[in-house]
Design a protein around this ligand. Sequence first.
Ligand SMILES: [Zn+2]
Length: 72
Amino acid sequence: MKRCRQCEQEKPVTEFYSHPWFRDGHDNRCIECWGKTMRGRRTTEPPPADHRPKVREETHPRTGMPESLRYD
Ligand SMILES: [Zn+2]
């Protein structure tokens, strides 16, 4: 199971797109949230090719931890 950082629901990893550049190999937003983000697109479509993490990781405002470490 993996928690979506947008809707914060725990879902099986099959509900997330595979992304090799994410540490656990899956996007941190679920397919359903991608569907909401990509308005007008079918929810089964993958994210656009230009969706890549920023070079500098965003850090949590309180802990200063990188966002990718938040749900470990
Ligand atoms: Zn979600």
